[in-house]
Design a protein around this ligand. Structure first.
Ligand code: COA
Length: 333
């Protein structure tokens, strides 16, 4: 899907995040599966992750992040026209988590729907928000990315369980004000022929949950790590290059790269390709692991808080995830 370079139509007005309080370190995982801190750190850059308790759902985390973003934007729940939710871990399969969050927030004027583009969710969501605004359907879009990855991970599979964490990020998106700030370019793509390299085979409509699915543990995430790694590097470089080109800028112009936080080696390869030096790359995978679509908005929110993505900063965001999906945006904050 292509968007040409043009003046910004929409901008990120504010962000918010929620992290569950429970910290689980690599050392904690050593007692659960045959792994060790050194293997996890050197292969992925992850030191610890936050995991939600049993009673905390994806909607709870998403609503918590959304409340912070709304407060910072100076809006109330009633001001939200469209509530977009990215999640690979809906609390229930019917209705959408977006409707659950809509109810929790009391955003009674909002249309609400989920979309599923896995780890690329925040960037797919930015393009959706921008399109709704450009079509005149919304003045205020609330984009929420919330992931309870711990609920779909096989805690007996060391190849996947060490990689993920739980959390939520949110952003309020409104029309650009013509001052140069806003979403300057977007690029988002998919390749479903590679779906089975990272997927949950069972528990959906094709193979509904039954004893066989439970026995095979096929309702949990399955991943071909090395193949996913190669595709992630290739796709994130592809997306970064196109988004920079469409915004009419180069890596030199970028103040901060906010990449999807799956693996420090994927992040380093993307930054190198985009010619962005390490000091301009935001990294928090060490503290959170991979929170799927929540990774980028949580990272962006931390970057804003730390003054690394302040007003006027040029930010490149790049993501890759199951599908496969991949995407990038250049944004003037
Ligand atoms: N602890 C210890 N050993 C582990 C392990 C763990 N948690 N998980 C796997 N291993 C073992 C494997 O069993 C394998 O052993 P073997 O060689 O005896 O068969 C070995 O480690 C694999 O090592 P290596 O090939 O060096 O792993 P890697 O460098 O490919 O790293 C990943 C593995 C998963 C970290 C890497 O492939 C990756 O990050 N892939 C992308 C994953 C991802 O980001 N997914 C989400 C995308 S949004």
């Amino acid at each position: 899907m292509i968007q040409a370079a043009r003046p910004a139509r929409a901008r990120i007005v504010s962000t918010g995040r929620f992290s569950p309080p429970r910290v689980v370190t690599n050392h904690d995982l050593e007692s659960m599966v045959e792994t060790n801190d050194e293997w996890i750190r050197t292969r992925t850059g992850i030191t610890e992750r936050r995991l939600a308790d049993k009673d905390t759902g994806a909607a709870d985390m998403g609503a918590a992040a959304a409340r912070i973003a709304m407060e910072r934007a100076g809006i109330t729940a009633a001001d939200v026209d469209i509530l977009l939710v990215s999640t690979a871990t809906p609390d229930r399969l019917l209705p959408s988590t977006a409707c659950d969050i809509q109810a929790l927030l009391g955003s009674h004027n909002a249309a609400a729907y989920d979309f599923a583009s896995a780890c690329s969710g925040f960037l797919y969501g930015l393009s959706l928000a921008e399109a709704h605004i450009a079509a005149g359907q919304a003045k205020t879009v609330l984009l929420v990315c919330t992931e309870k990855m711990s609920s779909i991970i096989d805690w007996t599979d060391r190849a996947t369980c060490v990689l993920f964490g739980d959390g939520a990020g949110a952003a309020v998106i409104q029309p650009a004000e013509g001052d140069g700030r806003g979403i300057l370019s977007g690029y988002f793509k998919s390749d479903g022929t590679l779906a089975e390299l990272l997927y949950r085979p069972g528990g959906g409509a094709r193979y509904p949950l039954d004893i066989a699915v439970l026995d095979e543990r096929s309702h949990f995430v399955k991943m071909a790590g090395a193949e996913v790694f190669k595709s992630a590097v290739r796709s994130m470089c592809d997306a970064a290059g196109h988004a920079l080109e469409r915004a009419g800028v180069t890596g030199d112009d970028v103040d901060l790269l906010v990449p999807h936080q799956a693996n420090i080696r994927i992040i380093d390869a993307t930054a190198k390709y985009a010619k962005i030096p390490p000091e301009k790359v935001f990294v928090n995978v060490d503290r959170y692991g991979n929170m799927s679509s929540a990774s980028i908005p949580v990272a962006l929110d931390e970057a804003v808080e730390q003054g690394r993505a302040g007003e006027g900063a040029l930010v490149l965001m790049v993501a890759f995830g199951a599908g496969f999906t991949w995407a990038a945006n250049v944004v003037r904050m």
